[in-house]
Design a protein around this ligand. Structure first.
Ligand SMILES: [Zn+2]
Length: 347
């Protein structure tokens, strides 16, 4: 349903009444052991971030209600709603999705009575569960050694799907088809957006403005960077984390587009970056991430041109200038493999 708050949406926002069924799957992401499960911290002014173990969302408080970015999970959203009621006594009027992955976009149903949910246009297609016999994506076909169109347990060894194989194999045929792999990130408790935008949108509420920017394909093809102009802050998730490389295998990411999207974020006007994981940083951290990915993609591309194997690239592309980054040792080999497999499978 359209609510009066929609009148506050400006520019380039396309309205959609699309309602899709939401399937429910167990989530298999990090537990953040030893960290506080939930926590709210102030970023600046009326802008806050909230924690759901190793994941963070944000919210901006205005006189007319609250704008939430990434509800993260149903449990976190329920906790957040109670906190917002107690602390501010204001309803959540908007929920913005950074992208559709279930560890960031789940839980908006908690705010559905008062909030309009907004996300990028590509979320619409990403919500569509593939048919049971849908073909594997090009990178997944590299893992399908026997070319039978599914990933057997042995084929999954060393790929992104090795760990959660049993959980993902919902039809229990000891192999993973496209729909089962899709469910790993897209299946969950996500509520479809009420509104989709394509390149840029802004919300004004209670005299404050929040901007939504599509910066192209990176970690996903439906990624929004949220900018808070008055607070001089941005929120980024998964493709841009201060002082940490992207997570391991870069599964589902797009190259070389990823690097271009980092360049575009660098051009935005802001001082603070508050990420969906880890701690806030500054524009210098954005530039460092851009350099890391730029150098990594260039090195892998050069290696492919020289006919090097994946193993040779992992052994030789060491990125030692970046060994101070969080999880460098775990992420560097997987980052090389992810870029290599994506580039060779998209040629
Ligand atoms: Zn993600």
């Amino acid at each position: 349903m359209l609510r009066q708050t929609l009148a506050n949406l400006m520019a380039a926002v396309s309205v959609s009444m699309l309602v899709l069924p939401t399937t429910v799957f167990a989530q298999g992401f990090g537990t953040g052991e030893g960290l506080p499960r939930h926590e709210i911290t102030n970023v600046t002014g009326d802008l806050y971030r909230f924690r759901d173990s190793r994941t963070f969302g944000m919210f901006l408080v205005t006189a007319d209600g609250i704008i939430v970015v990434d509800p993260t999970s149903s449990a976190a959203a329920a906790w957040l709603k109670t906190q917002l009621d107690e602390r501010f006594g204001l309803p959540v009027k908007y929920v913005i999705y950074s992208h559709l992955h279930n560890d960031h976009a789940s839980g908006a149903g908690v705010f559905a009575e008062t909030a309009t949910i907004i996300g990028h246009e590509n979320i619409r297609k990403n919500l569509q569960r593939p048919a049971a016999d849908a073909p594997l994506l090009s990178r997944e076909q590299l893992w399908d050694i026997n070319h039978d169109g599914v990933i057997q347990r042995a084929e999954a060894e060393g790929t992104v799907n090795a760990g959660g194989f049993t959980e993902l194999d919902t039809n229990k045929d000891d192999s993973l088809g496209r729909a089962e792999i899709w469910a790993r990130r897209f299946g969950g408790e996500q509520v479809p957006p009420d509104i989709y935008y394509t390149s840029q949108a802004s919300i004004t509420l209670g005299g404050k403005t929040v901007e939504l920017h599509y910066m192209g394909r990176n970690h996903s093809d439906d990624m929004t960077v949220v900018r808070f102009p008055e607070e001089r802050a941005i929120y980024t998730t998964d493709f841009l984390t201060p002082k940490r490389p992207p997570r391991t295998t870069l599964y589902g990411a797009y190259f070389p587009d990823f690097v271009e999207s980092l360049r575009r974020v660098e051009q935005l006007d802001f001082d603070i970056i508050s990420p969906g994981h880890e701690l806030p940083g500054t524009k210098a951290d954005v530039s460092e991430q851009r350099r890391y990915m730029e150098e990594l993609v260039a090195a892998v591309s050069a290696g492919i041109a020289e006919g090097k194997t994946k193993e040779e690239l992992v052994e030789t592309i060491l990125m030692e200038d970046y060994d101070h980054l969080l999880e460098y040792a775990e992420s560097r080999p997987g980052n090389v493999i992810g870029i290599y497999e994506t580039l060779i499978s998209s040629r």
